[in-house]
Design a binder for this molecule. Structure first.
Ligand SMILES: Nc1nc2c(ncn2[C@@H]2O[C@H](COP(=O)(O)OP(=O)(O)O)[C@@H](O)[C@H]2O)c(=O)[nH]1
Ligand SMILES: [Mg+2]
Length: 216
């Protein structure tokens, strides 16, 4: 990185920090497309398998522990949850329903696919999806299915490793390289992978900056 690039990066991280330190609030849950909020601002959505750490990451990003509910009982909600960021409103974060949990009834899986596919295809304000992947487990079949949906819908997305504190730095580096290799096979995927931990805060400032970059 040149000194100029370094300065730009520092400035982007600071701008993103300020933005997320401001007002953030839950707007609404949409169990079906009829309930989506009016598309008045840009959106960045978070997706991933149940228990990947999506709620924890949303809470870490916004510095609000109770914003998105975290739990150990995955797979209960099949809704899109919208959060307003900024006052005046700058953009929205969207918490997408988790997928891939064990023993999901077939019709629930079907409903998930319809809801997510319709949202991805029809949402002009959606700028980027962050697809979260557990650092310990890597990409699974269901993640590949989502990535194909995103490729087909031509929605730009980025893979984000979660729970980076759970594995050794060497294992994390290997997982990052392997996941980057996978990302390169997908047209709509960002080539760089981010590593994060909601526990230690690793990668959180960079993830905030990546969200800001997506909406600017
Ligand atoms: N060690 C560690 N645990 C995490 C991290 N993020 C989430 N968890 C734990 O993983 C479990 C699932 O997290 P949650 O945010 O509810 O996942 P979600 O189902 O994807 O929303 C919870 O027990 C969290 O405490 C992390 O960065 N590090
Ligand atoms: Mg959750």
């Amino acid at each position: 990185m040149t000194p100029e690039e370094e300065d730009a990066r520092t400035a982007a991280i600071e701008a993103a920090r300020k933005l997320f330190a401001g007002p953030v609030g839950f707007l609404k849950s949409a169990p079906s497309l009829n309930f989506l909020p009016d598309p008045v601002v840009r959106e960045v959505a978070f997706a991933g398998r149940s228990n990947v750490g999506k709620s924890s990451l949303l809470n870490a990003l916004t510095g609000r522990s109770g914003l998105a509910r975290t739990s150990n009982t995955p797979g209960r909600t099949q809704e899109l949850n919208f959060f307003d960021v900024g006052d005046p409103l700058r953009f929205r974060l969207v918490d997408m329903p988790g997928y891939g949990f064990a023993r999901a009834p077939k019709d629930m899986v079907r409903r998930w696919k319809f809801l997510v596919n319709d949202y991805l295809r029809g949402r002009a304000v959606l700028r980027r999806v962050l697809v979260l992947v557990d650092s310990r487990h890597g990409l699974k079949e269901v993640d590949h299915e989502l990535m194909e949906m995103l490729d087909k819908a031509a929605v730009s997305y980025r893979l984000v490793l979660t729970k980076a504190d759970k594995i050794k730095p060497s294992a994390l580096a290997a997982m990052r390289a392997a996941t980057e290799g996978e990302a390169r096979k997908h047209v709509a995927a960002h080539p760089e992978i981010m590593a994060t931990s909601a526990e230690t805060g690793e990668g959180i400032p960079e993830l905030r900056a990546a969200v800001l970059e997506a909406i600017d």
